[in-house]
Design a protein around this ligand. Structure first.
Ligand SMILES: [Zn+2]
Ligand SMILES: [Zn+2]
Length: 171
């Protein structure tokens, strides 16, 4: 059996992402850094430890929003970094590095990150509703929503390729 593997945040299942933001909100008083979303794939790489514990199938972010999910984490990591910035102050004759932000200010940054995650979740949910994809996987197939969505994904990919053709090979 393959060993457990923490996937990059932008590949995490949505259940782990939402659970992580709820957990971060709950523990906000005790933390000064956003805990990373740790979606840990086990065994066949189809289910993560969290979903296995909750008897769920892992739900990946809606395919048409994968790019936005990637951008969300890029933004989160950027503000994580901002919160860790040190600053130089003169003490006597020499400079020392001290944290730029107080713990309360760092928590304000984490709050803004949580707000971003909450808004992303809302947009992702209404995207699913719009496409009839807010139901179980079997039901999506039965209603034809899965088919319509797959076509939309293929159309988008084709449009992207037209916009940005693959570079001609160098040889
Ligand atoms: Zn997960
Ligand atoms: Zn999962």
């Amino acid at each position: 059996m393959a060993s457990p593997r923490v996937v990059p945040e932008e590949e995490s299942c949505t259940q782990c992402c939402w659970a992580s933001s709820l957990n971060t909100r709950r523990t906000l008083n005790d933390i000064t850094e956003r805990p990373l979303v740790e979606c840990t794939m086990i065994g066949d790489n189809r289910t993560c430890a969290y979903c296995l514990r909750h008897h769920n199938a892992c739900e990946k972010v809606a395919e048409l929003m994968e790019g936005d999910y990637f951008d969300l984490f890029a933004l989160l990591r950027w503000s994580d970094q901002v919160a860790l910035q040190p600053t130089r102050v003169l003490v006597g004759n020499s400079y020392v590095w001290v944290p730029l932000w107080t713990d309360d200010e760092k928590r304000e940054i984490i709050k803004a990150e949580l707000e971003l995650m909450r808004m992303f979740r809302e947009v992702e949910t209404s995207h699913r509703v719009e496409f009839g994809m807010d139901v179980g996987k079997m039901r999506r197939v039965q209603t034809g929503a899965a088919n319509v969505y797959d076509t939309a994904v293929r159309d988008r990919r084709a449009a992207l390729i037209r916009l940005r053709p693959a570079p001609a090979s160098a040889s």
